[in-house]
Design a protein around this ligand. Structure first.
Ligand code: CU
Length: 140
């Protein structure tokens, strides 16, 4: 129990440090940069505080990708699967929003009001999450 508590405290400390740097605040909404490619979801930061957030999503790859936002406490590596995709309506998984198909080289934005919690960003084109298009994001 004591070990679990110290792990939790360390986790919160790291999350607070992450939220203190790399925050852009433009036009009243905070901005988070997202770059998609084969096969990664790269974020300008891994955590922020709750509220209105705009994700500026760039597809830097050669293929079409998606940006799907789910809220879950499950390990990103162990998300429920349905064939070669993540099951977005599985128990313990809440689908929050998505950009359904960002063409290669294109930029799209997604603005959401995010509550505190743990989120996972995935590309749910068959097999892409499995190949690495999964990123954890923490909202305090
Ligand atoms: Cu993809």
């Amino acid at each position: 129990m004591r070990r679990l508590l110290s792990l939790a405290v360390a986790g919160i400390g790291i999350a607070l440090m992450l939220s203190a740097c790399g925050l852009g605040d433009v036009g009243g909404g905070r901005q988070v940069g997202v770059t998609l490619d084969e096969y990664h979801v790269k974020l300008s930061q891994e955590a922020t505080s709750a509220g209105k957030l705009t994700f500026n999503v760039h597809n830097g790859g050669r293929d079409k990708h998606e940006f799907v936002v789910i809220k879950t406490d499950l390990d990103p590596a162990g998300l429920p699967q349905e064939g070669s995709k993540i099951k977005e309506d599985a128990s313990g998984v809440e689908h929050v929003g998505e950009l359904d198909g960002v063409d290669a080289g294109k930029d799209r934005t997604l603005t959401m009001d995010l509550k505190a919690g743990t989120y996972v960003f995935i590309c749910n084109i068959p097999d892409h999450a499995h190949q690495g298009m999964v990123a954890r994001f923490t909202v305090q």
